[in-house]
Design a protein around this ligand. Structure first.
Ligand SMILES: *Cc1c(COP(=O)(O)O)cnc(C)c1O
Length: 384
């Protein structure tokens, strides 16, 4: 129940252990095609340039940035947590003239935050994080996307934590480049980064004046392997592809809508339970991510002792705060296969015991009752 890697379904672990075939084996080519189709369904896009980069989410970030940016290009990056700051760093290393727009941690960006900067910086690319895992804030994208395109820029989105937990609408929201990671709501081991590029973005890459600075992440070469030419580029991580294939199959078997509503139900139950203990969210009401519950540590509670006891006595991992939130916030993940009523209820029960041991005053059992009330109210409206 941390900020990732999340719990992995047994079927995904079994897939990982299957025999390793060659990276041009006809069976493996079928796996690649299946992966691309299932990723397009999940990203809700028709983009032909949709595949998985052979590395973690941060490589997805690098891949989108280095393909779109040439040295000297202007890029605007929205920074309201760790991952926006990382994107700005990646962009600067790729040679972009970076303009950062900042919001305090836990807040999101509104179109008015971007307006003046877009007019002034005239960026080629605007980068933004949809689900900021360091703060639990859920960034709306539709209006910002219109504004970015009106300014003639491309929209680049970090969907590492959002994909598989909430709707991500690449075509409907007109997203030009997007990346995710296998170990958050996709509930697969870390090691693959799904990406997708719009035809407009591909056109920009194809018309660059110089080669993409990274050989490994150059999509013009990767396209020749993932496309019909099947030109060797690098040896694909065969077994990781089996695992991601199975993880995506699980999501599609469940159904996207059911999967999203399961994430929402368990979030609402956890939130009700925490509220009964007087524990508040870091992000504002209406912008709280269902899969990453960043909450304020109650006054007087020892952060490190609490997380250590949860892990050692109950086998439950939750995340501590990063950066501005270090020592102030807990990050409770309900990602993918970990988003289950069982986890919510066991966590709340364990939390109550440990809070009581630390002398915190609260109504005993209130969190469990509140969470169960949510589940009762939702009963019949989909499985939890
Ligand atoms: C985890 C995460 C990343 C980085 O992914 P890695 O797999 O750790 O490289 C980037 N952005 C967000 C929002 C994340 O949550």
């Amino acid at each position: 129940m941390g900020p990732g890697p999340s719990d992995i379904h047994p079927r995904v672990l079994e897939a990982l252990a299957k025999g390793t075939v060659g990276h041009l084996d006809p069976y493996y080519l079928q796996i690649m095609d299946g992966l691309q189709n299932m990723l397009r369904d999940l990203f809700r896009t028709k983009n032909p340039m949709t595949f998985a980069v052979s590395a973690t989410g941060s490589a997805g970030m690098e891949a989108t940035v280095v393909n779109l940016i040439e040295p000297g290009d202007a890029m605007v990056v929205c920074v309201n947590g760790v991952f926006g700051a990382r994107m700005a760093d990646v962009a600067a290393r790729a040679g972009a003239e970076v303009t950062k727009i900042q919001r305090p941690w836990g807040e999101v960006f509104s179109p008015s935050d971007l307006k003046d900067v877009l007019a002034k910086a005239k960026p080629k690319v605007v980068g933004i994080v949809m689900a900021e895992t360091s703060t639990g804030a859920w960034q709306p994208l539709e209006e910002i996307s219109s504004l970015v395109h009106d300014a003639g820029a491309l929209l680049l989105v970090d969907a590492v934590t959002s994909l598989g937990g909430v709707p991500v609408e690449v075509d409907a929201w007109n997203i030009d480049a997007i990346y995710s990671g296998s170990q958050k709501c996709l509930s697969c081991p870390p090691g693959l980064a799904p990406v997708s590029f719009s035809p407009r973005a591909v056109n920009v890459v194809m018309n660059r004046s110089r080669k993409v600075q990274s050989w490994y992440l150059d999509i013009t070469m990767l396209a020749a392997y993932w496309g019909s030419d099947r030109v060797y580029h690098h040896t694909a991580p065969i077994n990781m592809s089996y695992a991601l294939y199975e993880a995506l199959r699980l999501i599609h078997e469940e159904g996207l809508e059911v999967c999203f509503s399961r994430h929402r139900s368990n979030h609402l139950a956890l939130k009700a339970g925490l509220a009964a203990l007087g524990i508040k969210y870091a992000a504002a009401e209406g912008y709280q991510l269902p899969m990453l519950n960043a909450v304020q540590i109650p006054p007087g509670i020892d952060d490190v002792a609490m997380r250590k006891a949860l892990l050692e006595r109950f086998g439950i991992e939750i995340g501590g705060g990063l950066g501005d939130y270090k020592g102030k916030v807990w990050r409770i993940g309900l990602m993918g296969h970990a988003s289950r009523a069982r986890n919510v209820l066991v966590f709340l029960a364990a939390l109550e015991l440990l809070l009581a041991e630390q002398g915190y005053t609260f109504d005993r059992g209130a969190s469990i009752a509140a969470a169960n009330q949510v589940y009762e109210n939702l009963a019949g409206k989909g499985k939890v």
